[in-house]
Design a protein around this ligand. Structure first.
Ligand SMILES: *Cc1c(COP(=O)(O)O)cnc(C)c1O
Length: 235
């Protein structure tokens, strides 16, 4: 599993360099390995390198993987779109959910969180690119949504998640990530105690770290291209 090891090292180096440039400690940034479409064996290989946080987008695939990997010490993050009839298994199987953008979803996660588990960590997904058809609550609705969710039992509102528009240069990426940071700062001025900015992926993690990301969600740079995988091309 040398490929996994060297990819992990390379991503860690990117994070460390970006943090250094931003005057931040690399430890302030958690690397979330996005293992969607990759088999349990790939997750296990990373876990054997001491990696802990894994992100999944598709519930059925994730549930199978979590079951197959019950013996590893992993923290599971759900980062995909959430259908309201799928909230129970998400509330039961995950430690974090990054993609909450409607109050009904939060209410259902709250009701379904098993009482013996610690509170489910929640990020509100914000549509930072402003593109229509993209998931996420609009900036001007974040504060109301956060207010409706912050006191739900079984949940702990941790912060905000955003996906920047693809294909932009670093300056444009930073503008979108800065808006998400400002939004979090506004909420904290209103009395919330949010500590998480989930932003930055393979192609824009440097810009996200420069703007204060505390979790970067990285798939391709760790596991390889999902498009090539879908086409059956070996990497
Ligand atoms: C797939 C996915 C990622 C990882 O994207 P890469 O470009 O492969 O690093 C991050 N966040 C979300 C929400 C995703 O769906």
């Amino acid at each position: 599993m040398d490929i996994v090891k060297s990819s992990l090292q390379a991503v860690r180096q990117r994070i460390a360099r970006a943090a250094d440039l931003a005057g931040r400690a690399a430890e302030e940034v958690t690397l979330l390995a996005v293992s969607k479409t990759y088999p349990a064996a790939a997750v296990r290989a990373l876990a054997e390198q001491g990696h802990h946080d894994f992100g999944e987008s598709y519930l059925q695939e994730a549930a199978d993987k979590i079951r197959a990997l019950a013996d590893i010490d992993a923290c599971w993050h759900f980062i995909g779109p959430i259908q309201r009839n799928k909230t129970s298994p998400i509330a039961a199987g995950f430690d974090w959910v990054h993609s909450v953008d409607r109050v009904i979803i939060a209410e259902r996660l709250s009701a379904a969180r098993p009482q013996e588990r610690p509170a489910l960590n929640i990020c509100l997904q914000v549509n930072i690119s402003g593109e229509s058809g993209k998931s996420g609550v609009a900036f001007d609705a974040v504060s109301d949504l956060a207010g409706q969710i912050r006191d739900l039992p079984g949940l702990r509102l941790r912060g905000l998640m955003g996906i920047a528009q693809a294909g932009n240069d670093v300056a444009q990426q930073r503008i979108q990530f800065a808006q998400l940071r400002h939004c979090l700062e506004d909420l904290n001025r209103q009395g919330m105690a949010l500590d998480t900015l989930s932003m930055g992926m393979t192609n824009d993690l440097e810009a996200a770290i420069a703007e204060g990301a505390t979790i970067v969600r990285v798939g391709t740079a760790l596991f390889g291209s999902r498009i090539k995988r879908a086409a059956g091309v070996d990497r």
